[in-house]
Design a protein around this ligand. Structure first.
Ligand SMILES: NC(=O)c1ccc[n+]([C@@H]2O[C@H](COP(=O)([O-])OP(=O)(O)OC[C@H]3O[C@@H](n4cnc5c(N)ncnc54)[C@H](O)[C@@H]3O)[C@@H](O)[C@H]2O)c1
Length: 391
């Protein structure tokens, strides 16, 4: 049986293009699901991106005006891959139009916006998803299964981090990500949100925390018109502007289950490249994973293995979804493969008519932790995590 799903993508930069490639790949990698995404329409204010979407990705319609997409009956899912400041307005309008909504993280420019978006999606009864893609690495899914089976015993420690190189270049331009009024918070929304998501996915809800932040690169070159995405560079001597949100966030955290941990995120650090990673320890064992070595899970299960120390488990077609993308063992997946699995799993939920995880409920739980971090920056002390849910 074939399930045709009409897709409208809003924002056709890095993520809009990665999502669109993922939707297109689903029928070729996962023909057994019978899911056939139709790339109906794309909206972007940059004309060259609209042109690219129509000419090379096969979108039927391209427009600078995202509201046009909401009026179309042939679109079932609105995929929001526009900058964070637009998430709330678009998501609320999409919910009012009865569309299912996938929104990139952090789902809103600040925690209050995430709460409003979650309420709008819940009240409209639409199926929501969000872009916490690191969950979908087959080795992270495997670690989650081992946690759920109790193979690590009672969890005692969790260390999560996202150390990214994207802001370390002092000539990296002052794009929207570095501006509080366009991106909202900095490392907190952009990459700490991923670290919070994996922490709560693997170790459960965080109940209280104390947090600090810092801006390490205070000025950046101004972008020229129609540039200014993640990795664009200026030149020495270019006019500069002030970075208005944080490069670094760190936190000590306590989980509901009693585990203690640390979370850190930095976008301007030298050394790590894209170290979205965790280590967890329990009363019977331990695991660690790092996105830079996406296909490897390090496990220490002393009751199950003769070696005293970590052993490496390599991803392969024995793990769910992986074999559809590449057969055999040790044949690596990459970043965009997580996006394909993410898109597939979301559309499976849409087709089944069941609420999806991670959806806006998870984005809300994430934003509630972020809000406690922000309060802690101001109070300088421990803060309880309080749900921001709007009834
Ligand atoms: N999950 C991940 O790993 C990940 C990675 C990168 C970005 N993101 C998220 O994806 C979103 C987009 O980030 P990106 O890196 O793709 O940004 P980007 O700057 O590459 O692309 C954003 C696009 O939105 C377009 N746009 C701006 N205003 C618009 C409007 N009014 N209507 C329609 N289009 C508009 C821009 O022209 C641009 O093409 C952000 O929310 C970001 O947090 C997630």
């Amino acid at each position: 049986m074939t399930h045709s799903v009409g897709i409208g993508v809003i924002g056709f930069g890095w993520m809009g293009q990665a999502h669109s490639r993922s939707f297109r790949a689903i029928p070729t990698y996962f023909p057994g699901d019978g899911i056939v995404p139709r790339l109906v329409a794309v909206a972007d204010t940059a004309p060259d991106r609209v042109e690219l979407a129509v000419a090379n990705f096969g979108f039927v319609v391209g427009t600078p005006e995202w509201r046009d997409l909401l009026e179309r009956d042939d679109i079932d899912v609105i995929d929001i891959t526009a900058p964070n400041a637009l998430h709330e307005e678009i998501a609320e309008a999409a919910a009012a139009a009865g569309k299912h909504i996938f929104c990139e993280k952090p789902v809103g420019i600040e925690p209050g916006a995430t709460a409003a978006i979650e309420a709008a999606g819940r009240k409209a009864g639409v199926i929501t998803g969000c872009g916490y893609n690191y969950r979908w690495a087959p080795m992270v899914q495997h670690a989650k299964r081992l946690v759920d089976e109790g193979r690590f015993g009672e969890l005692t420690h969790y260390r999560g981090r996202f150390f990214s190189m994207y802001g370390r270049d002092r000539l990296g331009v002052l794009n929207w990500r570095f501006l509080q009024d366009e991106a909202g918070y900095g490392a907190l929304s952009d990459i700490m949100s991923h670290a919070i998501d994996l922490a709560q996915f693997l170790c459960g809800p965080i109940r209280r925390l104390v947090s600090v932040k810092e801006i390490f690169v205070k000025q950046r070159p101004l972008p020229s018109p129609h540039t200014g995405t993640h990795y664009d560079r200026g030149s020495p001597g270019d006019p500069t502007g002030e970075v208005t949100n944080e490069d670094y966030v760190g936190a000590l955290v306590e989980f509901d289950n009693g585990a203690r941990g640390t979370l850190e995120a930095d976008r301007s650090i030298f050394g790590p490249q894209s170290q979205m990673a965790f280590e967890l320890n329990g009363s019977k064992g331990a695991a660690s994973w790092d996105h830079e070595m996406l296909n490897r899970l390090r496990l220490y299960l002393p009751e199950e293995q003769p070696e005293d120390g970590y052993i490496d488990v390599l991803a392969g077609d024995a793990f769910p979804d992986q074999g559809n993308i590449v057969p055999g063992g040790g044949n690596s997946l990459g970043y965009e493969d997580m996006k394909i699995i993410e898109a597939l799993e979301y559309l499976r939920s849409v087709v089944a008519g069941t609420q999806h995880r991670p959806g806006f409920e998870d984005a809300l739980a994430n934003a509630s932790v972020a809000a406690a971090m922000i309060r802690s920056w101001e109070s300088g002390g421990w803060e309880d995590v309080v749900s921001l849910r709007i009834d």
